[in-house]
Design a protein around this ligand. Structure first.
Ligand SMILES: Cc1cc2nc3c(=O)[nH]c(=O)nc-3n(C[C@H](O)[C@H](O)[C@H](O)COP(=O)(O)OP(=O)(O)OC[C@H]3O[C@@H](n4cnc5c(N)ncnc54)[C@H](O)[C@@H]3O)c2cc1C
Length: 442
């Protein structure tokens, strides 16, 4: 059987593209290598129906310019915002809580404090689903898609695309089977970065390297973050520490949450999540330094991976944990130093050590100076502070796309994090909607 559309990946991008295509009389097949949402366990963070968003913190940032820049793919900011509103509407229908009320006065105060040290605070309308509730939202969306006739092939991995001339005509499954389709949408998320790279080396799909974010996961007593969290659950501060004038930002804050270890092929990383049912006394957030490479070496993904591998080696296969005080004093952390710390790490599987042996010196300076700056906005954030490394967001290569999110290979569309078009749930879902529309229109 030949499908009208095959979608690779059932993360937010793939599911929202399916939502856009459902009910139009098209034969649509979604292929997902991970498990179905009900069968997934919390250890299967990156893969399965719902994608990486399913066991994420589920903080939904309702802005087009935080987890990417949607306006790059739309005819202006208005269309970008309308896509965000559509994502919000669909998620709300399937159980996302309404965004929290905003405290405009406190927001203004944070903006003022940030501006006074030359940084910016971005107020965001946010909803917090929570990693424990997100699977139910995904299951509800997926069930509706099935009712509308979208077919799913779960625990099935796409190995390659079938490209004839300059047109994509189907996909090759890892067991050797082939599936023909008029149009193919590739939305494989961060876990699919290597695979996308493989595709760009085999087929005439144009791409460029994107900057990566290198940094640490910061963990502080939750009480320190309370005043800011009361304004915004996932507060976004953008800073330019003086020494290098590099762009540093806070990202993915998990109030009273947990730091988690992420495993990739050959290296590990850290991330964070929070639960509605179990709360800790700590808050964690990523503190990331944007890193570009220029000619002759532009492969930021390889660079990021090399750093992650070095950190993995130094940590003996576990994330490195260091007290900020130890880092500033130029000594490694030890179990006994961490035990003396007033804050207890929420991640237990770590190696106490010295992060500066793994991350580049420029990154470390940015982190130390950046935390000093942040302390002027959030007093206490650089006192009883724990740092976990590596936290690296090595984004996918940015695939070259037209207005319909079609690549340089005809009938091959892309969406979401795996194609380098987004970095968060809302932007991934919105690019899914755009690709769905593009498929219908072209
Ligand atoms: C721990 C963690 C916490 C996060 N917290 C937040 C948060 O609070 N808020 C937020 O906005 N974002 C968060 N994010 C990011 C967010 O989850 C992603 O930006 C979003 O899920 C990207 O959507 P996507 O559809 O592009 O890709 P993904 O969600 O990664 O989905 C891609 C899917 O494609 C499948 N796939 C890949 N390759 C193949 C193949 N060859 N064949 C078949 N299937 C394939 C994968 O198994 C996966 O299920 C978090 C991410 C992580 C890892």
């Amino acid at each position: 059987m030949k499908y009208d559309v095959v979608i690779v990946g059932a993360g937010p991008a793939g599911l929202f593209a399916s939502n856009e295509l459902a009910g139009r009389g098209l034969n649509v097949l979604v292929i997902e290598k991970g498990k179905d949402v009900e069968q997934r366990t919390e250890n299967e963070i990156m893969s399965g129906v719902g994608g990486a968003g399913t066991y994420s913190d589920g903080t939904v940032n309702l802005r087009p310019d935080i987890g990417g820049n949607l306006s790059e793919f739309t005819k202006g900011e208005e269309e970008a915002w309308s896509l965000v509103n559509k994502v919000s509407e669909i998620l709300t229908k399937h159980g996302m809580p309404l965004p929290a009320e905003k405290d405009t006065e406190k927001e203004e105060e944070l903006k003022r404090k940030a501006a006074s040290i030359g940084s910016r605070f971005y107020p965001i309308i946010q909803s917090h689903i929570g990693s424990d509730k997100a699977p139910a939202v995904i299951a509800s969306l997926k069930n509706e898609l099935v009712e509308k006739g979208i077919e799913f092939s779960i625990e099935t991995e796409v190995a390659d695309l079938i490209v004839e001339g300059n047109s994509c005509v189907g996909v090759k499954i890892s067991d050797g089977k082939t599936i023909e389709s008029e149009k193919i949408l590739v939305a494989p998320g961060r876990i699919g970065i290597d695979w996308v790279e493989h595709l760009t080396s085999r087929h005439p799909i144009d791409s460029t390297f994107a900057p990566i974010d290198i940094g640490v996961r910061v963990e502080v007593p939750s009480i320190v973050m309370d005043p800011v969290i009361n304004v915004n659950r996932d507060p976004k501060f953008h800073l330019y520490p003086k020494r290098y004038d590099d762009f540093v930002r806070t990202f993915c804050t998990n109030h009273q949450g947990f730091v988690v270890k992420e495993s990739y092929k050959g290296f590990i990383g850290v991330n964070g999540h929070s639960r509605k049912d179990i709360q800790t006394e700590n808050t964690n957030f990523a503190f990331l330094v944007k890193t570009h490479l220029t000619e002759p070496i532009e492969d930021t993904t390889r660079y990021g991976r090399a750093i992650a591998q070095l950190a993995t080696t130094i940590g003996g296969g576990k994330p490195i944990l260091q007290r900020l005080d130890d880092l500033i004093a130029g000594r490694r952390s030890t179990d006994s130093r961490i035990a003396r710390s007033p804050i207890t790490p929420t991640l237990k599987d770590y190696t106490p050590g010295d992060i500066s042996m793994a991350l580049p010196q420029r990154t470390m300076v940015n982190i130390i100076e950046g935390l000093e700056m942040l302390d002027e906005i959030i007093p206490g954030v650089n006192s009883s502070t724990l740092l976990y490394a590596p936290e690296i967001k090595y984004y996918a290569k940015r695939l070259k796309v037209n207005d319909n999110l079609e690549t340089t290979v005809k009938n091959l569309y892309v969406a979401g994090d795996g194609a380098g078009l987004s970095h968060d749930i809302v932007n991934a879902a919105a690019t899914g909607l755009l690709a769905g529309r593009g498929i219908v229109q072209s």
